[in-house]
Write a protein that binds this ligand. Structure first.
Ligand SMILES: NC(=O)c1ccc[n+]([C@@H]2O[C@H](COP(=O)([O-])OP(=O)(O)OC[C@H]3O[C@@H](n4cnc5c(N)ncnc54)[C@H](O)[C@@H]3O)[C@@H](O)[C@H]2O)c1
Ligand SMILES: O=C[C@H](O)CS(=O)(=O)O
Length: 474
């Protein structure tokens, strides 16, 4: 596919080519060009023009176009889900759910915009009117794992707010971003206000983040890349919204229904083969049920079908590439060498598949129990005795994305939830829980700012206050 630059489709023509591989079949499905610095300059120049044009489109016309986008995505749902499943190796039903999020988000931001009123402040003499204006140009930098939903989480509010956007998808999953952007332009968005620039983060992402022609960067990805972006953006005081990594705890007390707890743990961990930001990644289990919980969890995981993402029976697909699976393998091996026991799984196969793995005997001192995010279907089980210990283990982490507490005693669950330093806490369930309107965003090194209907439209606009002297309506 070609990138979308300056209202045109631009192919490789002399540029380096990035091959997009289907993680399941290992076949080449397409390629995209690797943008060079001239391309980035062009994109930035015409984004300013795009911002002028799109920012002047009346609000109700933007609402109409966003509604049309939602319907168009719904019409193409199966095509988008198939493309996503192929480029990300994502289980097809999960890919469809992701497209549903995009359909919902465009519609809901259209609605939100329609009813997002300016305000008049109380004054005895004057009229003081507070309005919201677009920021200008927003760079949206996307990760590989949820490229459709996270595209919509950024692009829908950025367009609703009247901004021009430059999208930088990940090198692994750029196709769905291009496909969606073509659809959106067909629906009437000014082409210079919606460009997709493909290429590596270290070149394209970093050039966008450090440009003084950008007004804001909204990035989802690893904490390491997020910090680098934040440093670059700070030089121009560009706004920065960062949705970053996590090592989310799920605390399970001994007074729970074990089967329910096992189901929550599985559902919270294996989505997209364990490659979800807010999936539970540390399972902190009370000592009385520890062995029984581990045994039942391992039994359930052993029966799970791993394989073709397009096969209806598959629950777990491949990891994004071999390097990602090797990294999971190295971490599991290292944790076992450090004293943990591999109760099930532990094996990489066919290059980039990894078996669902339960590690028992994981101690709070191990890096997997603290700041090491594992992006794969791995369940490290850490034992605790008292409520205080559980909280201390959970909070001994530099991340703070999401969290979960499962307990039969609701007051205890609430008490624990209040102490966990994380952007979200699910009581009686896994932290992998996100609705469109809840503010989603991490504490500490898991990010800056919050995403969702509740917050993003405000984040992607700036206030302007008009004072009309002597015009108070009495
Ligand atoms: N908090 C959230 O909502 C959320 C959601 C999804 C993924 N994530 C996190 O993302 C990570 C996995 O995704 P990934 O491997 O694609 O992340 P990544 O950080 O490698 O890449 C994310 C994006 O940033 C770009 N990038 C990388 N280095 C950059 C730099 N120096 N300057 C500018 N851009 C740069 C990449 O090209 C890519 O487009 C995990 O840590 C996961 O937890 C967080
Ligand atoms: O990867 C992180 C998130 O779990 C994906 S999403 O924000 O829920 O789509």
């Amino acid at each position: 596919m070609k990138m979308l630059l300056n209202g045109k489709k631009v192919g490789t023509e002399g540029r380096e080519e990035i091959i997009v591989i289907n993680p399941y079949t290992h076949e080449e499905i397409d390629s995209v060009p690797c943008a060079d610095l001239n391309d980035i300059d062009t994109a930035l120049e015409c984004a300013r023009e795009g911002a002028e044009k799109w920012g002047r489109v009346p609000v109700l016309e933007r609402v109409r176009i966003l509604e049309k986008v939602s319907s168009k995505i719904a019409e193409k749902k199966k095509d988008i889900a198939l493309l996503l499943s192929k480029e990300a190796g994502k289980i097809y039903t999960q890919a469809e759910e992701e497209v549903d999020h995009a359909i919902g988000l465009f519609k809901e931001y259209a609605n939100r915009l329609r009813y997002d009123y300016d305000s008049v402040l109380p004054s005895n003499e004057d009229m003081i009117l507070v309005t919201r204006e677009p920021l200008g140009v927003v760079a949206c930098i996307l990760p590989f794992n949820f490229p459709v939903e996270l595209y919509a989480q950024k692009v829908a509010p950025a367009l609703a707010a009247g901004n021009a956007i430059i999208i930088k998808p990940s090198v692994e999953t750029p196709l769905s971003s291009i496909y969606l952007s073509e659809l959106i332009i067909e629906c009437g968005v000014e082409p210079k206000a919606l460009q997709v620039i493909t290429g590596h983060g270290s070149v394209v992402g970093s050039a966008l983040a450090s440009s003084d022609k950008i007004d804001a960067v909204s990035m989802t990805g690893s904490t390491e890349a997020g910090i680098s972006i934040y440093v670059s953006a700070a030089k121009n005081l560009s706004r920065c919204f960062l949705e970053l990594g996590g090592n989310d705890p799920l605390i399970i007390f001994d007074d729970v229904d074990l089967d329910t707890a096992v189901t929550e743990a599985i559902n919270g961990r294996i989505v997209h083969a364990g490659q979800a930001c807010c999936s539970s990644k540390r399972f902190i289990v009370q000592e009385n049920i520890y062995d029984e919980f581990a045994g039942r969890l391992a039994e359930r995981l052993k029966g799970m079908k791993i394989g073709d993402p397009l096969d209806q029976g598959s629950r777990i697909g491949p990891l994004i590439d071999e390097r990602a699976a090797q990294r999971v393998e190295e971490i599991v091996d290292r944790t076992v060498k450090a004293g943990a026991y591999c109760l099930c799984g532990g094996r990489r196969f066919d290059g980039n598949f990894f078996e669902p793995t339960v590690l028992t005997g994981v101690t709070p001192a191990m890096d997997i129990a603290q700041n090491l995010e594992v992006f794969g279907p791995v369940f490290p089980l850490i034992k605790f005795k008292t409520e205080e210990q559980a909280v201390a283990i959970a909070d001994n982490c530099t991340y703070g994305l999401s969290s979960g507490v499962i307990s039969g005693e609701i007051q205890r669950a609430i008490r624990v939830a209040r102490q966990l330093d994380a952007g979200n806490c699910t009581i009686n369930g896994t932290g992998l829980y996100r609705t469109h309107d809840m503010p989603f965003g991490g504490h500490r090194k898991s990010g800056l700012g919050t995403e969702g209907l509740y917050a993003t439209l405000d984040e992607f606009t700036k206030t302007k206050t008009y004072v009309w002297k002597g015009a108070a309506i009495r």
